[in-house]
Write a protein that binds this ligand. Structure first.
Ligand code: SF4
Length: 353
């Protein structure tokens, strides 16, 4: 066993330089090492998922990111905004189906103010106090704060007071060289980190995501991991890490060649080994497909994320992966693991032995 492998099996922290070399490893060796590290974190056979619903309330967005197929663009994608009644109906359907979590996700609408967001949160919580609102993103916090001349902490406090329970990390790729090319109107890496610090100050949890395959180098992929690991060292608020591969169809980056399944499994495995301070690595079935997500469960992943009823942002790129409770249970069972419906704080609700 070489020195780096020994370091992994001794559960020691890897340097960014060491992590880059893992991309050259044989996939099966890398997967075995990642599964070993996963077992140190969650030794049991349980794999969790949450029954949730994404509500994409508007596609009107002033950021206009090149990698996004979802936002409204003249003559290509028609704009829409949901009414509060439409949103409440969708929450009602989720509650009727036994769901527990709502993710409100939308574009950075130029006319939405802090009141728009707090009114939406308050109205949902008044009608459905039992629903956990894991919603919006750091980009909204930055946008609202800059427009209203408020601090990130003040914006988050107002959202929390109105009913926000936690916020997805929606970190895309935390490499400013790439961000300036593909999303110059969205927050910077430093602003993302500042929002995480503000969330911690408010006692709120978040997650970290990764959109890779947008022209970054392998070193820059590890740079993204390094920002996340450092943020987690400092805040401890990141419940999970969720990688997605960039799918260019329908975006303004259609010339990009999509990442492969091998790339995805390596990202999952290296994330498990390098992000030694994050408990849950989610298998991203929505973008990668259920079969590949199932394989990811043997290479470091230990959660399947949400059922994500009615997601439309990824579907805008032409990806049509869908799942149901029954299918999710079957996929996890077929991976020789025990499916567990969990809540947003990763506490078990029901086990499907
Ligand atoms: S990724 Fe988000 S911020 Fe960027 S254009 Fe799409 S909806 Fe807007």
């Amino acid at each position: 066993m070489n020195e780096l492998a020994q370091k992994i099996y001794r559960n020691q922290r890897l340097t960014p330089g060491e992590a880059v070399t893992l991309f050259d490893w044989n996939l099966l060796e890398l997967g075995r090492a990642a599964d070993y590290r996963r077992k140190l974190v969650t030794p049991g056979p349980e794999v969790g998922f949450v029954l949730d619903r994404i509500i994409n309330y508007t596609n009107i967005c002033q950021a206009g990111c090149l990698f996004c197929a979802y936002h409204a663009r003249g003559g290509i994608v028609a704009p829409y905004e949901m009414t509060i009644d439409e949103i409440l109906r969708k929450v009602e359907e989720l509650v009727a189906a036994g769901g527990t979590q709502v993710m409100l996700q939308g574009g950075l609408h130029p006319h939405y103010t802090l009141d728009t967001y707090t009114n939406l949160l308050r109205t949902i919580k008044e009608h459905y106090p039992e629903i956990y609102l894991h919603s919006f993103s750091p980009a909204e916090v930055v946008n609202i704060a800059l427009n209203a001349n408020m601090t990130f902490h003040q914006v988050i406090s107002a959202l929390q007071e109105a009913g926000l329970d936690s916020m997805p990390g929606a970190s895309d790729l935390l490499v400013d060289r790439i961000r300036q090319k593909v999303s110059p109107n969205k927050m910077t890496t430093a602003q993302w980190q500042e929002v995480m610090t503000a969330l911690q100050r408010n006692g709120m949890h978040s997650t970290a995501t990764m959109t890779y395959g947008m022209g970054e180098t392998l070193e820059e992929r590890i740079q993204h991991f390094t920002v996340i690991r450092q943020t987690q060292d400092e805040t401890g608020i990141l419940k999970a890490f969720i990688p997605w591969s960039f799918f260019p169809h329908g975006t303004r980056m259609e010339e990009v060649i999509p990442a492969t399944g091998m790339d995805y499994l390596k990202i999952v495995a290296i994330a498990r080994i390098f992000l030694d301070n994050i408990q849950y690595i989610q298998a991203g079935w929505l973008t990668e497909g259920l079969d590949l997500a199932q394989v990811a469960l043997t290479m470091g992943a230990n959660d399947m994320g949400g059922i994500l009823t009615e997601e439309v942002v990824v579907k805008a790129t032409g990806i049509q992966t869908e799942t149901s409770l029954q299918q999710m249970v079957q996929i996890i069972k077929n991976a020789d693991r025990i499916p567990v419906q969990r809540d947003s704080l990763y506490r078990a609700i029901r086990s499907y032995q």
